[in-house]
Design a protein around this ligand. Sequence first.
Ligand SMILES: NC(=O)c1ccc[n+]([C@@H]2O[C@H](COP(=O)([O-])OP(=O)(O)OC[C@H]3O[C@@H](n4cnc5c(N)ncnc54)[C@H](OP(=O)(O)O)[C@@H]3O)[C@@H](O)[C@H]2O)c1
Length: 300
Amino acid sequence: MELKPRLLITGASGLLGGNLVRHFSSRFSVVGIYHKYRPAIPGVKLIQYDLSSIDACDLDAFEGESPDYVIHCAGEANVDICEQDPNHAERQIFGMTKSVSQLAEKHGAHLIFVSTDAVSDGANEYLREDAIPEPINEYGRAKVRTEEYLLADHDLSMVVRTRFYGINFEKNSSFTEHLLRQFGQGREVTCFTDSFSTQIYVLNLADVLEECMQKRLFGVFNIVEDNKCSRFRYAKLVAKCFGFPEALVVPGSIDDMDFVAPRPPDTSLCNAKIKAVIETRILSAEDGLAVMKRDLKRWR
Ligand SMILES: NC(=O)c1ccc[n+]([C@@H]2O[C@H](COP(=O)([O-])OP(=O)(O)OC[C@H]3O[C@@H](n4cnc5c(N)ncnc54)[C@H](OP(=O)(O)O)[C@@H]3O)[C@@H](O)[C@H]2O)c1
């Protein structure tokens, strides 16, 4: 009998982790770690664990799993919560990743740490991996500290800078689902014309990560689509793809918002480095949304 490679995914109840667990479960022996919310994913081993409370000695909790690969998606993803409580950000981003990296190292597993595109001050477009990161909020600073820790001490680590969109099968709705709900009720949605990013469809990201695992890539990689897009344009693409009037998307400015954490205005990343080493096609927002629409019909 052929043994499947063992893959540990943290954040199994989140947008990214939930999609990855579903995506990989047929070809890998997947273990998903969640914290407060148990995801409803049939046929997958799920372990409840508070990763922020463990230190290296407690890692025996996962001893039986001995993973070949670890994709670490768990963490505090709310930028404003991180700003209000930097110690929480440190625990939930740096501390948790440190523990998970020790677990991966103990098993000689290839670790993929999901970082962020918010590592710069947002003044320059299409940031490359070799540019010096200059984060402007606590979330970005905690991610950069974590990246530096992994790259300095953990040879088996891959740091993935990304931003993704998709359907969250678990507790929270994604931005895309919010748009679809509002459009479905004929409601207008105000979206920023002056906030830019490069994104990737979450299951396209899963395909790219699979190739990265096969190739055992190490170091920092930006994994996003080629072209940056404003929130406003993205919302219009969603409306068009799902057959809603594009006029429901109303222009707004990020300057009108009173966010707790400052937001870099342009977090677009350059994807040339990853594209030079993988064969998986990275989809444009138009193509990614069309695939997402198909996936949605298949799963719901
Ligand atoms: N969303 C984006 O576009 C985006 C962009 C750039 C980077 N990222 C990064 O990508 C990663 C995944 O993002 P996401 O949007 O999927 O996040 P999410 O939906 O907010 O999910 C976060 C996950 O972390 C888990 N978690 C939180 N605290 C934990 C703890 N103490 N112990 C164990 N698990 C814990 C949560 O578990 P419970 O729900 O069970 O408590 C949940 O599964 C994050 O690191 C985020 O910073 C996201």
